[in-house]
Write a protein that binds this ligand. Structure first.
Ligand code: ADP
Length: 568
């Protein structure tokens, strides 16, 4: 039953109770008042008339108006006949009274008149007694009915009073409990109400909502679990080692590779504070060190040496770092390939050097007139053979140097060297090329330069490389300057040309291996000269740098430490 119907029924019941009490009360009060009025009107008045008539009968012989008084009361009695037998008695009274009037001297009528009056009197007195009994019964009926109705309605009202608050409060309590369970994410909660009203509709709506939330939660959970296991599978199958940390540096996970590298099992260390693990684990200690340099880490695991590069990735949520992941990139295969490449280049360059030198020598011999005269065309071909041999020798030389650099096999013969000697030696080496382009070579050596601690051969190689480039990129008859001066504890060497210059965006890459500026193919090279120069100078404790402006020329510089032993 609907709550609304229940409320309407409750109020209607109250209304009916009030109405029933009202109607019954009015009904019985009316009935009792009618009874008493009837008693007064029908019987009490007849008794009064009878009494008056008896008095007037006594007075008839004595008083003139006694007959009239009798007559008036008799008339009133005739008009007030209410009881059975009263009419006959009144008619007898009238007959006897009329006979008395017709024959006043006959006194024999008196007893009969008195008797008729007595009969009327008795009838009415009996009626009064009877009606009193009826009124008594009516009163007790009223009492009985009102008591019954009162008891029944009190019982019903009591049942309503006891039960009705529960009808509202119980489902509200059940709903409140259900809502708080849902807020605690217990989506299995359901509400079952026995009643069939608006509350049960509310409970049904609640149950539908909870079921939908449960479905959503389960599907979401299943999706999240699926995604988690997929990511775990991917992470575990990667060749790189992966270790996850939370923002408090507690270890969250590590994949199979990381387990092998660290020599630890995931379940042993997950949840542990990483610096605590680092106390007993060298690799973890190295990994936790914060260094920007991307150093290769040599790690011995699985009975072999492998090389890794550490990458640290921050994990963020709403622009807040909530942890990080260390990725140990396995670069062993690249390293092996690189080594193979370096070895191959070294072997090929070495093997090529001898035949190229002998080609160069043969070409020089051919040039000798003692071998035989050559026509102009043959001489040009010979020159081209000699030039190409030079270039090939330069390339093989650079490749050999590079393989030395890459394998870390730079052999340095450091000794006190005079900058002037290096400059002279280098200028001599490029003299022929410079003359061919009619270039003006200037030297600007500071007076009293101290000796530097250097490998003369390698430093000359670098200066020659700078000069060769300057010559290459200068137009005919241009100026090239070699300046050497002391600055702080070092001697700086600078080669300045007035060539085409270098775009600013390439300046940071110019000393990288195999870097060539696109569009400078007219002077084909390996792109290794400057990279080797950098390695040679840095191996001696110096630095290299370049300043250049497009269209104005370039200044390539390097510095070397002053030989302290000499200056002391
Ligand atoms: P390469 O042996 O190919 O010349 P380098 O390492 O010596 O290689 O030079 C790298 C690049 O730097 C060259 O390709 C060239 O474009 C640029 N470069 C070097 N020196 C100069 C210079 N003096 N003027 C302009 N560009 C230069």
């Amino acid at each position: 039953m609907k709550l609304k119907t229940k409320l309407s029924l409750g109020l209607s019941f109250l209304f009916v109770v009030i109405l029933a009490f009202g109607i019954l009360g009015i009904f019985y009060i009316n009935r009792l008042s009618n009874d008493s009025q009837n008693v007064l009107k029908n019987n009490h008045e007849s008794l009064v008339y009878c009494n008056n008539m008896l008095k007037a009968l006594e007075d008839i012989p004595l008083k003139q108006n006694a007959k009239k008084l009798f007559e008036d009361n008799l008339k009133k009695q005739e008009a007030n006949i209410t009881e059975p037998g009263e009419r006959e008695a009144t008619t007898d009274l009238r007959k006897n009274f009329n006979e008395l009037l017709a024959n006043p001297a006959d006194v024999s009528n008196y007893p009969q008149i008195r008797q008729s009056i007595q009969v009327i009197n008795d009838l009415n007195q009996n009626a009064i007694l009877q009606k009193n009994a009826v009124a008594q019964k009516t009163a007790s009926d009223a009492n009985l009915w009102l008591t019954i109705i009162f008891s029944v309605t009190t019982l019903i009202a009591f049942t309503i009073v006891v039960n009705f608050p529960g009808v509202i409060a119980n489902p509200i309590r059940a709903l409140a409990e259900g809502i708080s369970e849902i807020s605690r994410k217990n989506y299995r909660k359901r509400i079952y109400l026995k009643q069939d009203d608006e509350f049960s509709e509310l409970a049904n709506a609640f149950n539908t909502m909870a079921a939908n939330l449960d479905d959503y939660e389960n599907s979401n959970l299943a999706q999240i679990k699926f995604e988690k296991s997929r990511i775990e599978t991917i992470i575990n199958q990667m060749k790189d080692g992966i270790i996850g940390f939370d923002e408090k540096r507690k270890i969250l996970f590590l994949n199979a590779v990381a387990e092998k590298l660290l020599g630890l099992k995931e379940k042993e260390i997950t949840g542990k504070y990483a610096p605590d693990v680092a106390l007993t684990n060298d690799l973890m200690r190295t990994l936790l060190q914060e260094d920007d340099m991307q150093k290769e880490l040599k790690i011995y695991a699985d009975n072999k040496e492998s090389y890794f590069i550490k990458d640290v990735l921050n994990v963020t949520n709403n622009a807040q770092v909530i942890g990080n992941v260390i990725v140990l990139r396995n670069v062993t295969s690249f390293r092996e390939l690189n080594e193979a490449k370096t070895n191959f280049i070294a072997t090929v360059s070495h093997e090529l050097k001898t035949p190229i030198s002998s080609i160069k020598m043969s070409a020089q011999l051919l040039k000798d007139s003692r071998v035989g005269d050559l026509n102009t065309e043959q001489q040009e071909l010979l020159k081209s053979i000699a030039d190409d041999s030079d270039r090939l020798l330069k390339i093989t030389g650079e490749l050999l140097n590079m393989s030395q650099v890459e394998t870390g096999n730079i052999q340095l013969k450091l000794q006190a060297t005079h900058a002037g000697d290096i400059v002279q030696q280098s200028l001599q080496a490029v003299q022929f090329q410079a003359q061919q382009k009619k270039l003006h070579m200037h030297t600007n050596l500071q007076q009293g330069l101290p000796a530097v601690l250097a490998d003369a051969e390698k430093t000359s190689w670098v200066l020659i490389n700078y000069l060769t480039n300057a010559i290459k990129y200068s137009s005919e008859s241009a100026d090239i300057e070699v300046a050497v001066y002391k600055k702080n504890d070092a001697v700086e060497f600078a080669v300045t040309d007035r060539g085409k210059g270098i775009d600013e965006k390439f300046l940071s890459k110019i000393f990288d291996r195999y870097f060539k500026i696109s569009g400078s193919q007219e002077h084909s090279g390996t792109g290794l000269g400057l990279a080797i120069s950098k390695e040679f100078i840095e191996a001696q404790g110096g630095h290299v740098w370049v300043e250049s402006k497009i269209g104005e020329g370039s200044t390539f510089s390097f510095n070397l430490n002053v030989d302290k032993a000499q200056t002391a």
